[in-house]
Ligand binder design. Structure first.
Ligand code: FES
Ligand code: FES
Length: 182
Protein backbone atom coordinates (compact mmCIF):
# COMPACT_ATOMS: atom_id res chain seq x y z
CA UNK A 1 0.00 0.00 0.00
CA UNK A 2 1.32 3.42 -0.94
CA UNK A 3 1.94 5.85 1.93
CA UNK A 4 -0.56 8.67 2.15
CA UNK A 5 0.94 11.93 0.88
CA UNK A 6 1.69 14.69 3.37
CA UNK A 7 -0.63 17.64 3.67
CA UNK A 8 1.07 20.92 2.85
CA UNK A 9 -0.08 24.50 2.92
CA UNK A 10 -0.76 26.17 -0.42
CA UNK A 11 -1.07 29.92 -0.75
CA UNK A 12 -2.00 31.71 -3.89
CA UNK A 13 -4.23 34.26 -5.50
CA UNK A 14 -7.06 32.94 -7.63
CA UNK A 15 -8.96 35.47 -9.71
CA UNK A 16 -7.78 38.26 -7.44
CA UNK A 17 -8.74 36.55 -4.19
CA UNK A 18 -6.12 35.24 -1.79
CA UNK A 19 -6.41 31.58 -0.88
CA UNK A 20 -4.62 29.65 1.83
CA UNK A 21 -5.54 25.98 2.00
CA UNK A 22 -4.10 22.60 2.85
CA UNK A 23 -3.56 20.20 -0.01
CA UNK A 24 -1.93 16.82 -0.52
CA UNK A 25 1.69 17.31 -1.51
CA UNK A 26 1.09 15.53 -4.83
CA UNK A 27 -2.21 17.29 -5.61
CA UNK A 28 -2.78 18.35 -9.19
CA UNK A 29 -3.66 21.99 -9.78
CA UNK A 30 -6.81 21.07 -11.72
CA UNK A 31 -8.16 19.14 -8.73
CA UNK A 32 -7.27 21.91 -6.31
CA UNK A 33 -8.96 24.54 -8.44
CA UNK A 34 -12.13 22.52 -8.99
CA UNK A 35 -12.49 20.73 -5.65
CA UNK A 36 -10.96 23.15 -3.13
CA UNK A 37 -11.29 26.58 -4.76
CA UNK A 38 -14.57 25.95 -6.58
CA UNK A 39 -13.46 26.96 -10.07
CA UNK A 40 -15.78 24.58 -11.89
CA UNK A 41 -15.23 26.53 -15.11
CA UNK A 42 -11.83 24.86 -15.33
CA UNK A 43 -12.69 21.72 -17.26
CA UNK A 44 -11.26 18.22 -17.15
CA UNK A 45 -11.15 16.92 -20.69
CA UNK A 46 -8.48 14.32 -21.35
CA UNK A 47 -6.58 14.62 -18.04
CA UNK A 48 -3.38 13.89 -19.96
CA UNK A 49 -2.29 17.14 -21.55
CA UNK A 50 -3.76 16.80 -25.01
CA UNK A 51 -6.99 18.86 -25.11
CA UNK A 52 -6.35 22.22 -23.40
CA UNK A 53 -9.74 22.27 -21.63
CA UNK A 54 -8.02 22.66 -18.25
CA UNK A 55 -5.91 25.70 -19.24
CA UNK A 56 -5.45 28.42 -16.63
CA UNK A 57 -3.06 31.35 -16.36
CA UNK A 58 -0.27 31.00 -13.82
CA UNK A 59 1.40 34.38 -13.38
CA UNK A 60 -0.10 35.34 -16.73
CA UNK A 61 1.20 32.32 -18.65
CA UNK A 62 -1.13 29.60 -19.94
CA UNK A 63 -0.60 26.25 -18.20
CA UNK A 64 -2.33 22.91 -18.43
CA UNK A 65 -3.64 22.51 -14.91
CA UNK A 66 -4.05 18.74 -15.36
CA UNK A 67 -0.27 18.43 -15.76
CA UNK A 68 0.72 20.95 -13.08
CA UNK A 69 1.55 20.03 -9.51
CA UNK A 70 -0.34 22.48 -7.33
CA UNK A 71 2.62 22.84 -4.97
CA UNK A 72 4.69 24.15 -7.87
CA UNK A 73 2.26 27.08 -8.09
CA UNK A 74 2.56 28.00 -4.42
CA UNK A 75 2.46 31.80 -4.16
CA UNK A 76 1.32 32.21 -7.77
CA UNK A 77 -1.30 34.48 -9.25
CA UNK A 78 -3.79 32.21 -11.00
CA UNK A 79 -6.54 33.23 -13.39
CA UNK A 80 -9.28 30.85 -14.41
CA UNK A 81 -12.10 31.52 -16.86
CA UNK A 82 -14.15 32.94 -14.00
CA UNK A 83 -11.57 35.70 -13.61
CA UNK A 84 -11.53 37.00 -17.19
CA UNK A 85 -14.50 39.35 -16.95
CA UNK A 86 -14.03 42.78 -15.41
CA UNK A 87 -16.78 42.64 -12.86
CA UNK A 88 -19.96 42.34 -14.88
CA UNK A 89 -18.20 43.46 -18.10
CA UNK A 90 -17.19 40.54 -20.28
CA UNK A 91 -13.67 40.26 -21.64
CA UNK A 92 -13.83 41.06 -25.38
CA UNK A 93 -13.04 37.45 -26.29
CA UNK A 94 -15.97 36.26 -24.18
CA UNK A 95 -18.25 38.67 -26.01
CA UNK A 96 -17.01 37.77 -29.49
CA UNK A 97 -17.11 34.02 -28.78
CA UNK A 98 -20.82 34.48 -28.16
CA UNK A 99 -21.33 36.68 -31.21
CA UNK A 100 -19.24 34.74 -33.74
CA UNK A 101 -20.15 31.21 -32.70
CA UNK A 102 -16.77 30.43 -31.13
CA UNK A 103 -18.56 28.38 -28.54
CA UNK A 104 -21.00 25.61 -29.38
CA UNK A 105 -21.15 22.77 -26.86
CA UNK A 106 -18.82 24.94 -24.79
CA UNK A 107 -16.79 22.26 -23.03
CA UNK A 108 -13.55 23.42 -24.61
CA UNK A 109 -14.47 27.08 -24.27
CA UNK A 110 -12.89 27.95 -20.89
CA UNK A 111 -9.51 26.71 -22.08
CA UNK A 112 -9.74 28.64 -25.34
CA UNK A 113 -10.81 31.84 -23.57
CA UNK A 114 -7.97 31.65 -21.08
CA UNK A 115 -5.32 30.95 -23.72
CA UNK A 116 -6.64 33.64 -26.07
CA UNK A 117 -6.81 36.21 -23.27
CA UNK A 118 -3.08 35.65 -22.72
CA UNK A 119 -2.40 35.96 -26.44
CA UNK A 120 -4.28 39.26 -26.65
CA UNK A 121 -2.55 40.60 -23.53
CA UNK A 122 0.85 39.99 -25.09
CA UNK A 123 -0.11 40.74 -28.69
CA UNK A 124 -3.36 42.70 -29.12
CA UNK A 125 -3.18 42.44 -32.91
CA UNK A 126 -2.22 38.84 -33.74
CA UNK A 127 -2.27 37.72 -37.35
CA UNK A 128 -4.01 34.52 -38.41
CA UNK A 129 -0.83 32.44 -38.06
CA UNK A 130 -0.21 33.77 -34.54
CA UNK A 131 -3.80 33.03 -33.56
CA UNK A 132 -3.57 29.46 -34.85
CA UNK A 133 -0.22 28.94 -33.13
CA UNK A 134 -1.64 30.21 -29.82
CA UNK A 135 -4.59 27.80 -29.87
CA UNK A 136 -2.81 24.77 -31.31
CA UNK A 137 -2.93 22.99 -27.94
CA UNK A 138 -6.69 23.44 -27.59
CA UNK A 139 -9.07 20.98 -29.19
CA UNK A 140 -12.63 21.73 -30.20
CA UNK A 141 -14.85 19.05 -31.70
CA UNK A 142 -17.70 21.42 -32.58
CA UNK A 143 -16.77 24.65 -34.31
CA UNK A 144 -14.26 23.66 -36.98
CA UNK A 145 -12.04 26.43 -35.53
CA UNK A 146 -12.86 29.14 -38.10
CA UNK A 147 -15.43 30.72 -35.78
CA UNK A 148 -12.84 30.73 -33.02
CA UNK A 149 -10.28 32.46 -35.24
CA UNK A 150 -12.96 34.98 -36.31
CA UNK A 151 -13.79 35.60 -32.65
CA UNK A 152 -10.16 36.36 -31.86
CA UNK A 153 -9.92 38.80 -34.77
CA UNK A 154 -13.07 40.60 -33.61
CA UNK A 155 -11.82 40.76 -30.02
CA UNK A 156 -8.54 42.18 -31.32
CA UNK A 157 -10.48 44.91 -33.14
CA UNK A 158 -12.27 45.83 -29.93
CA UNK A 159 -9.02 45.99 -28.00
CA UNK A 160 -7.07 47.93 -30.62
CA UNK A 161 -9.72 50.37 -31.81
CA UNK A 162 -11.95 50.60 -28.82
CA UNK A 163 -14.84 49.87 -31.16
CA UNK A 164 -17.65 48.00 -29.55
CA UNK A 165 -19.15 44.89 -31.12
CA UNK A 166 -22.76 44.52 -30.07
CA UNK A 167 -23.25 45.58 -26.47
CA UNK A 168 -19.96 44.33 -25.10
CA UNK A 169 -19.56 47.24 -22.72
CA UNK A 170 -22.95 46.71 -21.14
CA UNK A 171 -22.70 45.07 -17.77
CA UNK A 172 -23.99 41.50 -17.70
CA UNK A 173 -25.81 39.94 -14.83
CA UNK A 174 -23.44 37.89 -12.71
CA UNK A 175 -23.84 34.19 -13.64
CA UNK A 176 -22.01 33.18 -10.46
CA UNK A 177 -23.37 35.41 -7.70
CA UNK A 178 -21.10 35.22 -4.70
CA UNK A 179 -18.15 33.78 -6.67
CA UNK A 180 -15.10 35.97 -6.80
CA UNK A 181 -16.60 38.69 -4.66
CA UNK A 182 -17.96 40.69 -7.61
S1 FES B 1 -7.64 18.06 -19.28
FE1 FES B 1 -5.71 19.02 -19.32
S2 FES B 1 -5.06 18.96 -21.37
FE2 FES B 1 -6.95 17.85 -21.36
S1 FES C 1 -17.52 24.01 -28.52
FE1 FES C 1 -17.75 21.86 -28.27
S2 FES C 1 -15.76 21.07 -28.04
FE2 FES C 1 -15.50 23.15 -28.54
Amino acid sequence: MLPHPDEVQWNGTVNGEEASIFIESNAILLDVLRDKIGSLGTKRGCDMGTCGCCSVLVNGEPKLSCLTLAIDTNGADITTVEGLADGHHLHPIQQTFAEFGGSQCGFCTPGFLVVISALLSNNPQPDEREIKDAIEGNLCRCTGFQQIVDSVKAASEILVSGNVVGDSTSPKSDPHPGFGGN
